[in-house]
Design a protein. Sequence first.
Length: 338
Amino acid sequence: MKRSLIVLVAAMFFLFSCNNGDNTPDVSGIKVNLTTERFEKKLFDTTAPSLVNYLQELQGSNPGFTQLFLNEILNADPRWPADTTANYVSGFLNSYRGVYHDAEKIFNDFTAYENEIKKAVQFVKYYFPQYKVPEKIITYIGPGDGYGDALSKEAFLVGLQYHLGKNNALYKTDMVSQIYPEYITQTFEPDHIAINCMKNVLNDLYPEKESDKPLVNQMIEKGKRLYILSKFLPKTEEYKLIGYTAQQMKDCYTREAFIWDMFVKSELLQSNDKNRAKNYIEDGPKTQELGEGAPGNIGSFAGWQIVKKYMQKNPATTLQQLISLDDETIFQVAKYKP
C-alpha cells in the first residue's frame, strides 16, 4: 500500500510539473533574428599591448554596451583619464581571471543557450506579436556583487558570473554570500539563463508595481507572471521558474491543500500589511508557519495555482487579456479549493 501511494504521488507531481501539454502552440514558423556577442571573450582574451587603446577599440565597435559596462557595471567614473580607467579595468581582469576560466569551461560554446532563448522568443512573438524583442545577446562577466542579467532595447544582457553552478567558489565568498544567500545562489545555474531573459521580457511587458491591495490580489498578480513565464518556456520545469528545488516543488503540490488552508485559517488573504505580505510573495529561505523545509514565496505558488484554475475554466483567455484582468474576477471565477 505504501509503495502504491508513493507511485501515485510521483505520478501526480509529473502531471502538475509538465508545462508542455498538447495545447502548446507550434511556433516553428515564427522567424527570429538573434545573434550572440561574447563581450567577456573580447575583454579577457585580449593580447593588445595597450589596454587604453584596446578599450577605445571596444568603444568604437560597440559604444553602447562598452560604456554601460565600464560606467554602470564596473562603476568606472566617466570623468577619469583614459589611463586611470585602464588601470581600474586591469585590476578587475586580474581579480576575475579565475571566474572567466570557469565560465569558459561551461560556456565556450554558447549555441545551446542561444537556441533556448530563440525558442522562447518565438513564443513571446506568438503571444505578444507587437512586442519588439531584442535581436542580440551580449554575454559578459562583471563583479560578483553587481549586475546580472538585464534587458536593453538592443540586447539580452547575460552576466555569466551568475550562472557558474550553485557550488562555484565565487558564491561562497563573503562578498557574494552576504548579498545572495543560498536560496538565491541555488538558481545560479546555466539553465536559468533563458528563464532570466524571459523574466526580463515579462517585466518589460508588464512592469511590477508596489501594491497596497490585499495579499490575495498580490498573490494572483505573481501567479499571472508565473503562468505567462511558463508559456514562454513550456519545456522548462516549474520548479526552476519559481526558483525552488525539485523537492520543494514536489512538496508544495503534495501539501497544496495545507498551504491554502494556512492562508484561509490565518485570515491572511485580505491582509493589507505590506511587510507581512513580503513573507509570502518574495523569495525567502522558508515559510515559517509551514515548517523548516517549506520554501519561501509560497504565496506566489498559491497564486499560480489560482490563475491555472481560472485559465482551465476560461481557455479562450489570451495572455494579453490575462495581464489586464482584474485579480478579484480571477479569484471569484477560479473558485480555487485544492
